[in-house]
Design a protein around this ligand. Structure first.
Ligand code: SAH
Length: 530
């Protein structure tokens, strides 16, 4: 039969949770996959890398509930490889460390399906690193053991050699051991380990929800119970745990443990998101705006056709710049067509986007509100009779156009893009808002506030947001928030995304550290083994 064994399977280690901890090779396979078969809580961000045309099949298990048995998963891999070019089997951590990757590889071998394995960073290494615990350390630990904690505690005899394990002077790392913690602790104590031996349990390591409980063999069971820790958890036993006091670099980030709702358009969320995440925050995306093409390109196209007639082009947003150059290129022109125009960029992000098209703005007002823009124009030149082109959003405030006209300019405003309410629902974010699990909501324009309030319902504002801090990018956004009944807590002096992030950090620094000890529900999505 043609193409009978055409496809191949690649077992890819997804890494421990932080989506950036996948390997370059793993990501390359993911990006060219035809089928992706993934486990319980595959990180959604990794799935976003998979081509839209690829088939995505979930085969995970959660709390013992299996979607498919291991046998069925093996069959599925073989069947998909027989009808597709590249099948990626995405597995949490490393496929060959407590991941049953070996069984899948054996099944593929037996079926004659070509396969490759891409290692991943295993939780037993990465989770320790993110908890500030070096797995080995001169003078403290000269070996590291990865041990299953999943043994049936009622079994008569253990497959594990506890006397040997207890006598090792290295670091012991238990996977899948949370429910057996009392048994693990007892075995180590019975076999001579001191009750003073340091122990740490790390839940959802490498994600913004990472939670660590520390203690000793003598007291850890009680401490873990008090906190109500839930899986997935790595257990670390050994003197190296004490180094965390000094090396704990991840959980001490300025926004670690803070849950922040980001309300920009889907395409724009990423800049703000990555800045906040780099500081340790957990981001809940709640897109309120959808950017789309104008109903007609005709006004912008005509303006571009006679572009040399304009003395100035004033860009007020990245979206405006993108739309303008898209249409310029569609007319088979490039930036050289603008050699007669002066260019004004409102806001550093707009200026930077222009630079990407080879344009250095002639004017970049220091403040980004209309009033100061007009003031700067007046300082710079006499605008009487000057032609100004304003490529903007359909809902842009008329103020800028009116003010420029008032000082004598001939202003042509064209719609370069439309903004609409993003109709998508975000049930997870709504439920976190409802249950008071959100720390901060960010608003970067008046429409984000208006659409947010419309989406959650005015009647729910006070009920849901009483404990939430509101961060607005500038005074106009903040004014809109106030009109809708939202008090602004955080606002930067400069109206930019980096300044907003900085203002959030400073505000949170000022707040007392109210660390909740309760086990949080985590929205990070991981790949755990099937
Ligand atoms: N193949 C995976 C391990 C799968 S076994 C790897 O190499 O990492 C599943 C166990 O891994 C969980 O019960 C837990 O002990 C551990 N684990 C995986 N990801 C984790 C994480 N982010 N935080 C804490 N433990 C994790």
């Amino acid at each position: 039969m043609a193409n009978r064994f055409w496809g191949r399977v690649v077992l890819v280690g997804a890494g421990p949770g932080d989506p950036e901890l996948i390997t370059v090779k793993g990501l390359r396979f993911l990006r060219s996959a035809d089928v992706v078969i993934y486990d319980y809580l595959a990180n959604e961000r990794l799935l976003a890398e998979v081509p839209a045309s690829a088939e995505k099949i979930y085969v995970g298990k959660q709390h013992g509930r299996h979607t498919l048995s291991q046998e069925q998963i093996n069959h599925l891999l073989i069947e998909k490889a027989r009808s597709h070019r590249l099948v990626v089997r995405l597995k949490g951590g490393d496929p060959f460390i407590f991941g049953r990757g070996g069984e899948e590889a054996l099944a593929l071998k037996e079926a004659g399906i070509p396969f490759e394995v891409v290692p991943g960073i295993t939780a037993g290494a990465a989770v320790l690193t993110y908890a500030g615990i070096p797995a080995s350390h001169r003078g403290l630990a000269t070996s590291v053991s990865f041990i299953t904690g999943h043994e049936d505690p009622t079994k008569e005899s253990s497959d594990l050699d506890w006397p040997a394990i207890a006598s090792m002077h290295g670091t012991l790392v238990f996977y899948m051991g949370l429910s057996n913690l009392p048994m693990i602790v007892n075995r180590l104590l019975e076999n001579g380990r001191s009750p003073a031996t340091p122990v740490a349990l790390v839940r959802w390591g490498t994600t913004p929800c990472q939670q660590t409980v520390e203690g000793t063999l003598g007291n850890i069971v009680a401490r873990v119970e008090a906190v109500g820790l839930k899986p997935p958890v790595i257990i670390v036993v050994g003197d190296v745990v004490a180094l965390r006091q000094q090396i704990n670099w991840f959980e001490t980030k300025p926004l670690f443990g803070k849950r922040i709702v980001v309300t920009r358009s889907r395409s724009q969320i990423s800049v703000l998101q990555s800045l906040l995440e780099a500081l340790g925050a957990e981001i809940l995306a709640f897109p309120t705006i959808e950017i789309s093409e104008p109903k007609s390109w005709q006004p912008l196209d005509s303006a571009i056709q006679e572009i040399s007639k304009y003395d100035w082009i004033v860009f007020t947003s990245v979206n405006g710049v993108d739309a303008f150059f898209q249409r310029l290129h569609a007319q088979d022109k490039d930036s050289r067509a603008l050699d007669h125009n002066f260019i004004c960029a409102i806001g550093p992000a707009t200026a930077e986007r222009l630079r990407a098209f080879g344009i250095k703005a002639d004017m970049q007002p220091k403040e980004f509100v209309t009033e100061s823009v007009v003031e700067e124009f007046q300082k710079l030149s006499d605008l009487k009779g000057k032609h100004i082109l304003l490529p903007r959003a359909d809902i842009a405030r008329p103020l800028l156009k009116d003010e420029l006209k008032r000082i004598g300019a001939a202003v042509t405003e064209v719609v370069a893009y439309r903004t609409r309410v993003d109709e998508g629902t975000s049930p997870e974010v709504l439920s976190k808002l409802r249950s008071g699990e959100v720390d901060i909501i960010t608003f970067t324009s008046s429409s984000t506030v208006k659409n947010f309030v419309a989406k959650i319902g005015q009647e729910n504002l006070t009920k849901w947001l009483s404990g939430v801090r509101i961060a607005c990018i500038g005074p106009i956004t903040s004014k809109t928030a106030a009109e809708l009944g939202l008090q602004t807590h955080i606002m930067p002096d400069e109206y930019t995304i980096p300044a907003l992030v900085q203002a959030i950090v400073e505000y949170m620094k000022g707040e007392s550290e109210k660390q909740t000890k309760k086990t949080r529900n985590c929205s990070a999505k991981l790949c755990l083994p099937g």
